[in-house]
Design a protein around this ligand. Sequence first.
Ligand code: IPE
Ligand code: IPE
Ligand code: MG
Length: 247
Amino acid sequence: MSEGSLELKKKIVKKGNLPAHVAIIMDGNGRWAKRRGLPRTAGHKAGVKTVKRIVRAAGDLGISILTLFTFSRENWKRPRYEVSAIMKLLYETTKREINELDENNVRLITTGRIEELPAEEKEILENAKNRTKDNTGLILNLALNYGGRTEILDAVKEFALDVKERKLEPNDLDEKTFSEYLYTKDLPDPDLLIRTSGEMRISNFLLWQTSYTELYVTNVLWPNFAVKDFYQAIWDYQNRERRFGKI
Ligand code: IPE
Ligand code: IPE
Ligand code: MG
């Protein structure tokens, strides 16, 4: 770690009001590769290294939950070879890293329609989740085959079924009850959402949950996103005033 980032880390720890839940839209792998004259898949491979260092840095800082937007429902529309390459990376990375994650007390969870992933990926993820389910350190939440609107519709359908079965009445629906129908029912809303590579959009990520999340966009491409960039985002967050509509 460079001296500058060590200094920044000290300031962060001293300040104390860490975001409990940090979500990241890991964007820019393709552009990183293109700038180097490499295939897009090389960018995804480089992006995995960033995942590793940011997971470590988050755990080390004492962040409770790190949600990573790993694959969206819209991403299926990419060329088949790219989708397969991402799925293969997901499989290989989970297989390779699970021991270390477990040793570091990380609990792996997923958000999204995991049941629709290819069988091998589904199986390795289920095993990893099962194996780490009692860990008490960082919660690493991979948003996979995730779409914010789909999540809301899935929640509405489940609620409608419960009404039909007379477990609840339409009037019972409030924000808290609705949240309990979402994929993220066991998680608090993200405090901070980071997006790399400069795009100013939410791309169908955690639409309900980010209503009062602090946003941080950096131009750094995901494969280049360093621990100091992560610290910079946290420090920025720590120095904001969250008002939630109040004065
Ligand atoms: C993010 O990088 C990774 C995924 C969406 C899976 P991109 O592949 O979107 O990279 P750009 O946006 O094309 O640079
Ligand atoms: C969002 O990035 C999805 C993930 C990071 C997994 P995209 O690259 O797919 O988003 P758009 O297409 O630029 O909005
Ligand atoms: Mg992108």
